[in-house]
Write a protein that binds this ligand. Structure first.
Ligand SMILES: [Fe+2]
Ligand SMILES: [Fe+2]
Length: 302
């Protein structure tokens, strides 16, 4: 019988192609297996060759540069947020295997942030330290981004730090972090941006690092799906997942809307329509929720 790793990318059920597998009895990869997968998938953010990126960047018009930076900035700042707001979840581990996996995820997020920082320094040429580069990138993020990452995520992390044994706080945090931020937002943007850069043979160093990041993100989301499937088999947690999604998905829908547009408008994101982007996000989230055993709140919210 095929293993989940044969059927999916990194155990993430959103990449499953046969809908017959998508139900609550699907046996997911456990933290120990995901930890071992991490050990086999190391990469170095400082070693990726960025020379062609520098050459190509120098040839781009100022307008093109601004468009690329707009898309990349949300990811750079997002990686900083998910790195520095993760400790509460590590504190909330329930056994040694889960603790081991969670520490790998925290290192991954730091590596992602480091990769973006290096790219913004060496290719985009933004001087100073990481804080200066993050501050420059912050001028590109939307109000919805600020509310989701600086307010909701931070508060949910603080709630977990105040009491790591608060299971409602852990379920809400993972619903936001793994289902909304990583699963619905990051992996959707990564899918279209990677396709764009690879198809156009543009910024190959960035694309190599970003593909490694996407591989890590699928592994992270696989953990979040496993955790929520376990908890939603018990009474009381399905409502918590549902309420958190109801609350946050409308906000998430506004995170990648370009300046001058509103949610529901038609616009293009790296050569794809906002409709294609929304459909991809919706289908990925609904596949994961089927396996977790929770209904999708509303189709329009994704
Ligand atoms: Fe990340
Ligand atoms: Fe992640």
């Amino acid at each position: 019988m095929a293993s989940l790793l044969d059927l999916t990318s990194q155990g993430d059920v959103a990449t499953i192609t046969d809908d017959a597998y998508l139900n609550r009895t699907l046996q997911l990869m456990e933290p120990q297996q995901l930890y071992e997968l991490w050990e086999r998938q190391q990469w170095q953010s400082q070693a990726i060759d960025l020379e062609r990126d520098k050459e190509q960047w120098a040839e781009l018009s100022e307008e093109d540069k601004e468009e690329h930076l707009w898309g990349l900035s949300s990811f750079f700042v997002g990686e900083e947020r998910v790195t520095t707001q993760f400790s509460g979840l590590v504190m909330a581990y329930e056994d040694e295997q889960e603790e081991a996996f969670l520490t790998t995820q925290q290192v991954d997020e730091a590596r992602h942030m480091q990769f973006f920082d290096r790219w913004f320094r060496e290719v985009a040429g933004i001087d100073g330290g990481i804080q200066e580069r993050l501050a420059a990138s912050r001028s590109d993020v939307t109000d919805a981004f600020v509310e989701l990452f600086d307010e909701r995520l931070v508060k949910m992390g603080e709630r977990l730090i105040a009491d790591p044994s608060d299971m409602d706080a852990k379920v809400a945090f993972i619903t936001n972090y793994h289902m909304v931020i990583e699963g619905t937002l990051a992996l959707t943007g990564q899918h279209f941006m990677l396709d764009y850069y690879e198809t156009n043979d543009l910024l190959p160093g960035f694309a190599e690092g970003f593909a490694n990041i996407a591989r890590d993100e699928h592994r992270h989301v696989a953990y979040g799906t496993w955790f929520l499937q376990q908890k939603c088999a018990e009474d009381g947690y399905r409502e918590c997942v549902q309420e958190t999604l109801n609350d946050l998905l409308p906000l998430a829908a506004g995170v990648l809307v370009p300046k001058g547009y509103a949610i529901g408008d038609d616009y293009e994101f790296f050569g794809y329509t906002s409709q294609q982007q929304a459909e991809f996000a919706y289908s990925a989230l609904s596949r994961r929720l089927k396996v977790i055993g929770v209904g999708l709140p509303t189709a329009s919210a994704a």
